[in-house]
Ligand binder design. Structure first.
Ligand code: NAD
Length: 499
């Protein structure tokens, strides 16, 4: 029997937060929210419709047009953002407990994500006080400068994997830039998003700056994307959803940032530190239950070490502790939702026809309820296989051998995605040559995903459009107006002059 930890004071109904008030949908619509260990509904959640989005956008627009937030000095916004970070850190245990309950992520990893969320606020607070904009002098005639302005009401649409941290990744730069926001979190996991409202209020964010509308993507999300008073959309989610949003944004020529799916390669050359590569490639695909956009879900291994790698990798995968997400010993918890569980399990079945099963391949023994999948390893996977090409977004990995650097690169690049790449070699020339040629927005040499918040974040090909991270995020949420000042006489053609 699976243990089932239920947090104390668990809300049984979740609402929208609009203009500083907790409200239900105008029409009273709700949807059910379940937890992934029992798969029982534990709460109802207000289901936002167009009318609710209209109300939230109106509150955000008013706060933008006439409220103090966009007009604050950067140092004053810095103080509020750091108070937000302090509050997130003070509440990290509770945040992690609720996030784990709602998502099935292992508690130790949810705690790390809460701390990352705090760090995102501190980082963007630092950036805005250090922000400098360009000035250009044309000697004797002009001085031109950049007048940076927040764009307006930012529409933020987020997925269910690490929801609180990914929301912070958008909220922090949007608020730091002086935008007001409407957040539409994923319908599978609305619980932690509602914690932002109290945190922001306590930190001193004025009413109307942060608005939260829960709901189904095709209703609440689509209404937010289509709203004429929302000039930009930051979206993280599936590539197919990204395409729908892209089309809708075209009607209003909106600014867009898209962080989409991935099928990232981890390439292990024979000269690599094999112990480190095995630790890292295991963590890279099985952490966060494999529900990770940057997961290294295809491992390409040089033929001379292939058998040893596969044997050692599979032994370790079989030992991964799968279980109650609230147990600190758990390494892989429960997948977010029965629908997602069914999708991942269907890929596991496909994989059995496409590769050699080395570990997992089923539900773990003794865990009869909940969305548990044993860490699953397939070897000898051909590049045409669906489990090589398609994002599974669960604890499933495909291993494929290669003989030459050229073949490894062709395999690495031979999918439609291009989010991350992980390269394992001790040969400096090979490392850099490969890194520069791999079609991925982000590359790590001899490591899994360890972020430096200043660097660009984003994918190429079907993995995204635009890069966030560091000042790029501030650029996204601001307009850079060019102001030209004349310092001397300007040569002007005298149209219509008679003398
Ligand atoms: P999803 O696309 O199903 O949903 C994401 C969000 O979009 C949800 O809030 C959903 O309600 C909303 N949505 C759905 N349809 C919509 C529509 N028509 N209009 C407006 N909004 C709509 O994605 P998901 O299943 O929640 O998340 C998993 C996906 O996210 C994976 O593909 C993963 O790779 C990707 N992801 C990418 C990154 C990255 O940074 N590149 C990070 C995390 C997750």
């Amino acid at each position: 029997m699976t243990q089932h930890h239920v947090p104390e004071d668990l809300p049984t109904h979740l609402q929208h937060f609009i203009g500083g008030q907790w409200v239900d949908s105008i029409g009273g619509e709700t949807f059910d929210v379940l937890d992934p260990v029992s798969n029982q509904n534990y709460a109802t959640c207000a289901a936002g419709q167009k009318a609710d989005i209209d109300r939230a956008v109106a509150a955000a627009k008013q706060a933008f047009d006439s409220g103090p937030w966009p007009r604050l000095k950067p140092r004053d916004r810095f103080r509020v953002l750091n108070r937000i970070a302090d509050l997130v850190e003070e509440r990290d245990a509770r945040l992690a407990e609720l996030e784990t309950f709602d998502t099935g992520l292992p508690i130790t990893q949810a705690l790390g994500q809460a701390q990352r969320a705090a760090e995102n606020f501190r980082f963007f607070a630092d950036l805005i006080v250090a922000q400098a904009d360009d000035a250009y002098k044309v000697p004797g005639t002009q001085l031109n400068y950049v007048n940076r302005k927040p764009v307006g009401v930012a529409g933020l649409i987020t997925p269910w994997n690490t929801p609180f941290m990914l929301e912070s990744w958008k909220l922090a730069p949007a608020l730091a830039s002086g935008c007001t926001v409407v957040l539409k979190p994923a319908e599978f996991t609305p619980l932690s998003a509602s914690l932002w409202a109290e945190i922001f209020r306590e930190a001193g964010v004025p009413d109307g700056v942060f608005n939260l509308v829960n709901g189904i993507g095709e209703e609440a999300g689509a209404s937010l994307v289509a709203h004429p008073d929302v000039p930009l959309i930051s979206f993280t989610g599936e590539t197919t959803t990204g395409k729908i949003i892209y089309r809708s944004c075209a009607d209003n020529l909106k600014g867009m940032s898209m962080e989409l799916g991935g099928k990232s390669p981890a390439v292990v050359f024979a000269d690599a530190d094999l112990d480190a590569a095995i630790d890292s490639t295991l963590f890279g695909v099985f952490s966060l239950n494999g529900e990770r956009c940057t997961a290294g879900s295809r491992i390409l291994v040089e033929r001379s070490i292939y058998d040893e790698f596969c044997t050692r990798y599979a032994e370790r995968a079989k030992n991964i502790v799968v279980g109650d997400p609230h147990d600190p010993k758990t390494e892989v918890g429960a997948l977010v939702h029965p629908e997602h569980y069914a999708k991942v399990m269907s890929y596991v079945e496909v994989g059995k026809t496409e590769g050699r099963l080395l570990a997992g391949g089923s539900r773990p023994e003794g865990l009869d309820e909940g969305n548990y999948v044993s860490p699953t390893v397939f070897a000898d996977v051909a590049p045409t296989a669906r489990i090589f090409q398609e994002e599974i977004f669960g604890p499933v990995v495909a291993i494929t051998p290669f003989d030459t650097d050229e073949e490894a690169l062709a395999l690495a690049n031979g999918v439609r995605y291009g989010l991350a790449g992980y390269i394992w070699t001790n040969d400096l020339t090979r490392a850099h040559t490969f890194a520069q040629n791999v079609e991925a927005g982000m590359v790590w040499l001899n490591s899994h995903n360890v972020r430096d918040l200043r660097t660009p974040f984003g994918g190429v090909k079907a993995s995204g459009l635009g890069h966030e991270g560091g000042y790029r995020s501030i650029d996204f949420y601001t307009d850079q107006q060019a102001v030209h000042i004349t310092l001397g006489p300007v040569h002007t053609a005298r149209f219509g002059a008679t003398r």
